[in-house]
Design a protein around this ligand. Structure first.
Ligand code: ARG
Length: 457
């Protein structure tokens, strides 16, 4: 089988090199994008007059036939099909004959592959955006329905202040909302046309790149051919987006792994997303959450690996760039699964409000004691110290802070009076945090409403 680029070569390729060089086993994933790009290019060639309208139609129809073979699973990859571009063109030739040889006029696999990747990733990114929005929707709906559940909020994984469980859920919803915005912006940067850049210097047949862009649904044309064939920032950015989103998912998973432990017992994972141990009959393991946490490392690895691949590449296309596809494919696949599993885990999670409430302790209201005195006109720096002394006193006596008497409190500061009893109310502490973004009921519901609006629900 003669190679598309075989003209100047006399010796055969080492079979080992042939295998090493080939990308068909993974880039076949882009078969549809490749055909879409070629069909648009065949139309654009006819507009230049370099091929006839009839030839163009033959190419477009032949390409449709090739696509059908991929869809039916009847496309037979052959030895010598180096990549998806050569495979499709080889098959096109078998279907339409020698006119297939006109398709690549003025085009290079360099502008072709960059176009295929942008077309492919654009569609996948749109699908991922949908999954992400579904996840945000699950979070928002859960936050609304669980609004009355209170739990300990943590810093340093130490119990800090009482919060609403829904406030915790919404904290992740906001991270995912930022991820969704980043992805929307990234889709705009992906959505630019490299085709018509040729190998590097541009297209010699004055192909109408604006037409190509329109035909392929791109919002614009990449304005420099060297840049068009070599730019892979959209891949790097996508991998960063994927890493960031996975880090949010991973931290969410980590929280739930902790909350589902026997010691916490705040939540129970649905059976559908946990597994048992092959040895210990009592075990119910949060495998889904652990995999989410684990896969975040995998995606970050794809990003850092790819950045190393492109660092130091001379202008313009270099074969190193063939290494751009597997990280992109893998990240798309991993994110698709992870986003859907995260939604499902959150939607089916059982919570134990009693356990959460039982984990609240008086010392978590020490700040509220300080704030009580602030409301009586004592400067916060002093009140912080006084409340600290109250914590110490309760520890020394071995009783909760609420069991100290008013007289005890008055030994710490004269401004304490009977109404200090009102401090020992977790719900009240929560409702006091009523500025924008706080954990009070109306503020948490407000957050949910604002994301609901953003989701167009
Ligand atoms: N399979 C190649 C890739 O993925 C296509 C571009 C090849 N271009 C070239 N000049 N060898 O990057």
């Amino acid at each position: 089988m003669s190679k598309l680029w075989g003209g100047r070569f006399s010796g055969a390729t080492d079979p080992l090199m042939e295998k090493f060089n080939a990308s068909i086993h993974f880039d076949k994933l882009m078969y549809a994008a490749d055909i879409q790009g070629s069909q648009a290019y065949a139309k654009a060639l006819a507009l230049t007059g370099i091929i006839t309208q009839e030839e163009s139609e033959q190419l477009v129809q032949g390409l449709a036939q090739v696509r059908k073979e991929w869809e039916d699973g009847t496309f037979a990859i052959q030895a010598g099909d180096e990549d998806i571009h050569t495979a499709n063109e080889r098959r096109l030739g078998e279907i339409v004959g020698s006119v297939a040889g006109k398709l690549h006029t003025g085009r290079s696999r360099n502008d072709q592959v960059a176009t295929d990747m942008r077309l492919w990733l654009r569609e996948e990114a749109r699908a991922l955006l949908q999954h992400l929005k579904e996840l945000i929707q699950v979070a928002v709906e859960r936050a609304v329905s669980d609004i009355d559940v209170v739990m300990p909020g943590y810093t340093h994984l130490q119990r800090a202040q009482p919060i609403r469980w829904s406030h915790w859920i919404m904290s992740y919803a906001w991270g995912w909302h930022a991820d969704a915005q980043r992805l929307e912006q990234l889709i705009e940067r992906i959505n630019l046309l490299p085709l018509g850049s040729g190998a590097l210097a541009g297209n010699p047949f004055n192909v109408d790149r604006e037409f190509l862009a329109k035909e392929l649904g791109f919002a614009g044309v990449i304005p420099n051919s060297l840049y068009g064939v070599s730019d892979r920032d959209f891949v790097a950015e996508f991998l960063f987006w994927a890493s960031m989103t996975m880090i949010h998912i991973s931290r969410f998973a980590e929280d739930l792994i902790i909350y589902s432990s026997g010691e916490f017992g705040f939540v129970t994972l649905a059976d559908a997303y946990s597994t048992g141990s092959s040895l210990m009959p009592q075990k119910k393991n949060p495998d889904s959450l652990e995999l989410l946490r684990g896969k975040s490392g995998r995606v970050f690895g794809q990003m850092s690996g790819f950045l190393m691949t492109v660092k130091g590449l001379p202008s313009t296309y270099n074969k190193d760039l063939q290494e751009d596809k597997e990280p992109m494919f893998d990240a798309v696949e991993t994110l698709g699964g992870s986003l859907q599993i995260t939604s499902a885990v959150l939607a089916t999670l059982k919570i134990h409000p009693q356990k959460m409430a039982a984990s609240l302790s008086n010392d978590m209201l020490a700040t509220d004691v300080a704030e009580y005195l602030v409301r009586k006109g004592v400067p916060f720096r002093e009140t912080h110290h006084i409340a600290g002394a109250a914590v110490r006193l309760s520890e020394e006596r071995g009783v909760p802070m609420s069991q100290l008497t008013v007289a005890d409190y008055q030994t710490l500061h004269p401004s304490f009076s009977d109404d200090v009893a009102s401090v020992w109310n977790y719900e009240q502490s929560i409702e006091n945090r009523s500025s924008i973004g706080g954990t009070s009921k109306s503020r948490v519901l407000e957050q949910a409403a604002s994301l609901k609006k953003w989701l167009d629900l």
